[in-house]
Design a protein around this ligand. Structure first.
Ligand code: CCH
Length: 288
């Protein structure tokens, strides 16, 4: 009979590290974009790919990269994420063996680490799925809503209050764009460096409604140059949320640890991995 001698490439840690290094280099080379980095929007892509997960039906999540397709890519919450997907296209071309779904999450990990955030251990093994796996609209959070909405959305993924607050600390990074969400402005003075400043500012600054024609949002009284969404303000108005916001404002190490743990969980929701939990990859950062 015939023997199949075609060699199958089985990528290992070193191969994923090469992809990481390539993304890190691209992040460095694109300093004309936004606040000087694609890092924030790339992290937002990884989060929106993962945050569609529903634990009851075990649907959605980062397995599949279904945001490539029209129904999901066009959901209002995903406005602007084409910039991140396009940014990663040359990486997919350079490493055609990696799936889009692993690439987007690996890129999120790289963005966090390269913006000086905590180490985010990574498992590979996501597969790309077709358009029929697109999730229905409405699974991602709506910034105009209150605490019950936040708990419904993140509870559906399986998170508790502590994890909801920790994950929200990602808003130390990036900004809102009127042509994407309708909101405007950054949350912190250093939107391309991962810090606990989001919590420090939430707790320590005075916030007032911004007077403008856009959707309801908050501005800091002192400089009027920073913003908070209605959902961000819920983290200091709700007693249970607030205890964690206060903890993270005081203790950057506690924030980094809880953020890392929660984002690893987020990025892995609904993925049937072969790679065991105790053998995750920890990538070397460009500045290690
Ligand atoms: Fe977020 N986020 N996010 N967010 N987000 C926006 C931008 C970023 C909400 C709404 C918005 C998380 C949770 C929430 C990032 C990471 C995370 C924007 C502006 C809105 C609106 C989009 C625009 O106009 O470009 C709401 C609501 C919630 C929860 O209730 C979580 C969790 C994460 C990651 C772990 C990042 C990063 C950005 C900046 C993107 C950029 O382009 O700069």
């Amino acid at each position: 009979g015939q023997t199949n001698t075609r060699k199958i490439f089985v990528p290992r840690f070193e191969d994923y590290q090469k992809v990481y290094d390539h993304i890190a280099k691209r992040l460095e080379d694109q300093d004309e974009y936004d606040d000087g980095s694609y890092g924030p929007v790339v992290l937002r892509l990884a989060w929106h790919a993962s945050g569609t997960y529903d634990k009851m039906t075990n649907t959605g999540g980062s397995n599949g990269a279904t945001m490539r397709f029209a129904p999901e890519g066009d959901h209002g919450a995903n406005a602007g994420l084409k910039a991140a997907r396009d940014f990663l296209e040359p990486v997919k071309e350079a490493f055609p063996w990696i799936t889009y779904s692993d690439l987007w999450i690996l890129a999120g990990v790289c963005a966090i680490q390269e913006m000086q955030g905590p180490k985010i251990p990574f498992r590979a093994g996501r597969t790309d799925r077709d358009v029929s796996f697109c999730t229905p609209d409405g699974r991602l959070p709506d910034a105009s809503k209150d605490r019950s909405h936040i708990r419904a959305i993140f509870g559906r993924m399986g998170f508790d209050d502590r994890a909801m607050v920790a994950l929200s600390g990602a808003h130390a990074l990036g900004r809102c764009h009127t042509d994407r969400s309708g909101y405007e402005g950054p949350w912190t003075f250093s939107p391309t460096t991962f810090t606990n400043d989001y919590f420090r500012l939430l707790i320590e600054e005075k916030w007032q409604y911004k007077k403008w024609n856009g959707p309801k949002q908050f501005e800091d009284v002192k400089t009027k140059s920073l913003m908070m969404l209605p959902t961000d303000m819920e983290l200091v108005k709700d007693k249970s949320f607030r205890q964690y916001a206060e903890l993270y404002a005081k203790d950057n190490d506690a924030f980094f640890k809880d953020f890392s743990d929660s984002v690893v969980t987020l990025f892995e929701l609904g993925v049937p991995f072969q790679q065991p939990e105790d053998q995750r990859y920890v990538f070397k950062s460009s500045f290690d």
